[in-house]
Design a protein around this ligand. Structure first.
Ligand SMILES: Nc1ncnc2c1ncn2[C@@H]1O[C@H](COP(=O)(O)OP(=O)(O)OP(=O)(O)O)[C@@H](O)[C@H]1O
Ligand SMILES: [Mg+2]
Length: 251
């Protein structure tokens, strides 16, 4: 294997393109403020996932929402950190939003090859994994260069095969998959077929019932295990509230 100067093999045996640099974004509450109310809500979400009645613990989990900007990436990232902080739990956070990737801003790594290059056949999975400064948390970024044809790429069979391959190859770790909004794109629906559980995010005073319902209609309902109400307009201390999926009561 050829290892260029910018790359080194990390502790887990993964190639690390450049690694994360600098202080992680303040929105990664689970990292910076693990005892805040928000972090506590994320921990509740983790606990719920680990103790669902009559269901095994889901290992391949997709985070999605109806509309743009509802907090999918933040919740996916904080949940990933929360699971990685548990004993013996390794996490691969996969960024499947090729249109508006945002994990590099949160985890502070330079634009790096990932899902887009892999499904185009221009990179190998193991060469794209980024080790974060958080122990046991690795990221597969979306793309180094935004692809010209994200829809074609994401709709292609190669996208579903990638998720399948990741879940088989890394079968000792949790896969948390950050996606684009359902209303704008078809990719979450394609990814949904390959996951074990789906968490829906909705934003307080922003997501309309019709949007939420339409999004739900496009997902396999039995896989939607919960919703997160992301209350952006609330006081900083009360930003997330987790509840079991039950949108009739919710609205
Ligand atoms: N609980 C929160 N507290 C403070 N800011 C938040 C919170 N949730 C989201 N935000 C901010 O709102 C914006 C959108 O969040 P995020 O990127 O996580 O949403 P998204 O659903 O992934 O958006 P997109 O559909 O564009 O991918 C970001 O600037 C983020 O920092
Ligand atoms: Mg996002």
């Amino acid at each position: 294997m050829k290892v260029s100067k910018a790359m080194e093999i990390n502790d887990e045996g993964f190639l690390n393109q450049a690694g994360t640099t600098g202080r992680l974004d303040d929105h990664l509450y689970m990292h910076h403020m693990p005892y805040s109310y928000t972090a506590e809500q994320i921990r509740k979400l983790r606990t719920f996932l680990f103790h669902m009645q009559d269901k095994p613990i889901p290992r391949v989990i997709m985070i999605t929402s109806a509309l743009p900007g509802e907090g999918k990436s933040l919740i996916a990232s904080n949940l990933a950190i929360s699971i990685a902080k548990g004993d013996d739990q390794y996490v691969l956070l996969v960024e499947c939003d090729l249109r508006k990737p945002s994990l590099s801003n949160l985890f502070k790594y330079p634009p790096s090859k990932g899902v887009s290059e892999i499904i185009q056949g221009n990179a190998k999975i193991e060469d794209c994994l980024i080790k974060t400064s958080i122990n046991k948390l690795t990221i597969l970024p979306a793309a180094k260069e935004p692809p010209a044809n994200p829809s074609e790429l994401l709709e292609s069979k190669r996208m579903s095969s990638l998720i399948k391959e990741l879940s088989e190859r890394y079968n000792d770790r949790f896969l948390i998959i950050d996606t684009s909004p359902i209303q704008a794109t078809v990719d979450p629906k394609i990814i949904a077929d390959q996951v074990e559980a789906i968490i829906m995010v909705s934003r307080y005073r922003y997501t309309k019932e019709a949007d939420f319902k339409m999004a739900m209609e496009n997902l396999p309902k039995d896989k939607v295990v919960g919703t997160v109400l992301n209350a952006l307009d609330e006081l900083p201390a009360k930003k997330y509230k987790y509840r079991k999926y039950n949108y009739h009561k919710y609205y």
